[in-house]
Each structure stands twice: as C-alpha cells, then as structure tokens.
Design a protein around this ligand. Sequence first.
Ligand code: ZN
Length: 346
Amino acid sequence: MNKKTLTITLLILTISGILAACSGIDQTFDQSDQKPEGTPSSTEQPGEKELDPDEKDLTVPEGALQKKDEGDQVKLLQSALNTIGYSVHENGLFDETTTWAITDFQLQQDSLLVSGIYDEPTKKALKKTIEANETITAGAGLPQQAEPAVTDAGTEVIANPYDQIALINKEHALPADYIPEDLVIPDVPFPFAEDLPKKQMREAAAKSLEQLFNKADEAGLELYAQSGYRSYERQDAIFASNVLKHGEEEANTFSARPGESEHQSGLTMDITSPNVNFDLITEFGETEEGKWIQENAAEFGFIIRFPEGKEEITKYQYEPWHLRFVGKKAAKEIMSQGITLEEYLN
Ligand SMILES: [Zn+2]
C-alpha cells in the first residue's frame, strides 16, 4: 500500500467511524482508493484539509518546460513525475533524465505527440494521471539506457531519438532501427510529384513547415521542399555511393554516415527555390528566399543547422537549405545568438 492509499484509507476509516455512529452512510463507501462520492458536505470535518497531505501532489507546472530549463517549476515537474512512478532526481534541472521521463510518459499516452518537451497536452495528461491516482511503468515506452551503445564507426548512439532537441551529428548517431512513428507529408510544394518517403517529416515539424511556407508565400516568395525523412538504409546507400565517388574522408564533409544524418530523425527538411533551379547549393543563401529563411525560420521553430563560419563545430560545410526543427524556444535562442545546436546544448 503506498502513502497516498494509506492516507485516503485512514481518512475513509475516520469518516466512516464518525458517520457510522449516527447515520449508516458508510454503506456507500467502498474500499477503493477513491474518495466516496455523494458524501453530504455537512459531514465534512473541519480538519479534513490537513488530513490530506497529498493535495499538493496534484499540482503540476503551468507553463511549458524543456531541456536546459531550471528552477522550482522543473522541480515541481520532477516531483509530479515521481508521484506517478518515476524516480528522477529532484534537482530542478531539466536534464537528460527528465527529458527521458517525459518522453517515456508521452510514449505511453496514445494521444500525445512525443517530443521530450513538457507542453500543454503533456501537462493535461500528467494531471489526469495523478488525479486518477494511476502509476506508470517507468521505461515501458523508452527503456532507460545504462551504457551508451556505439555504431560500427565508433559513434555514440543516442538513447532518446524522440527528443525534439536531440543532438545528431558525427559524434551522436540515431539508433539504426529508429523510424519516427508520426511521419506525415507536409502540405507544401515539392519540385517533384511522386509520393516519395523523403516528403515526410514528423508531425509537429510538418505542421510548422506548413506555417513557415504559408508565411513565405504571403511575402511573395517561392519555397519548395526537396528532401525530408531518410531511412537508415537509404542513408547507408547514399554514403556508400559518395565514398565510391569521393573517398571516405571527403564524403564525410558533405554526407553523413548512416545513423549520423539528421534526416533520419524526421525533423529536417532541405528546402530550395526556382531561383537556384531547385538545387541544394550555397547560392540559395543569397536568394530572397534564403535571406528570408535566415530571418524568419526561428519564428516557426526551425534553425539553419549548418551555418556559415561554424564548420569547425558542426563538421559540415555551410548548408543554407538544411532546416532542422527544434521548436520555437530553442530555435529563437539559437538563431538570435548565431550559434549552433552543439553550442546551445553544451
Ligand atoms: Zn539536409
């Protein structure tokens, strides 16, 4: 019997005893965890509020929270997570473990988009779980890894591929078997008609891309989406072909080893315009479309993932066409400070 059950049971027994003496209403009480319904309010004892120390556990943070956030609201969230079955350190830091717990919780709720971010729908689901006095089997959605795995190339495999702010690069690979569960085709123009897998993105990213493209259209610009989701197998074939043509070292500067491409995350879209003949070339950055993207992408949760002058950090040449979805909060901080995702997270 957990603490809450014990408290409520004691409460019920106390009230039952008082009521049994005068009315026999205790017949309506069952022995479940729920407080009895239909108890006349006149029978409430003045001390009842003090008798319920779990009242505070029903509180969950009001606003959105995500990785890197810290403070009392994060602590409150960690406490709420522990109430439903997690055992995260209540340190007030939205760290990897907290991100994992949120992700795992989201994976166990059919209605939620999985992002590792504590957003409004997640808040409602968490509150509902606590109020129903339900518990979660921690790790049933996303097992918590003790030791990081590595790829054949020696790259560390990330433990949480669902994380919307996950760092995926030449040092952090996606699991080979990771396929996003919520891939959809965004309703934006493509320079080809076939329904190829590369049209897809994860749902939250796809919706935001639609909004970004609508806004660009209003500004009189012509944006096209060229290449989004790419499976591990497809990336494997592309990299092998680039190695044949250019050698491994050179191939690795513009192409990614399988697992190390953000395109597998479903959070990325390469975009282009008729002004550069629908190609993916650096000149795109000089077009009206490219300049507008630089200014406005963050407003819709996207960053230019491989900026000019940051090649030493990203290990990629400048790619003004490669958009990565990280959500508005992170995108605004990254783009306004002119930094990379690597710098933002470290
Ligand atoms: Zn790309």
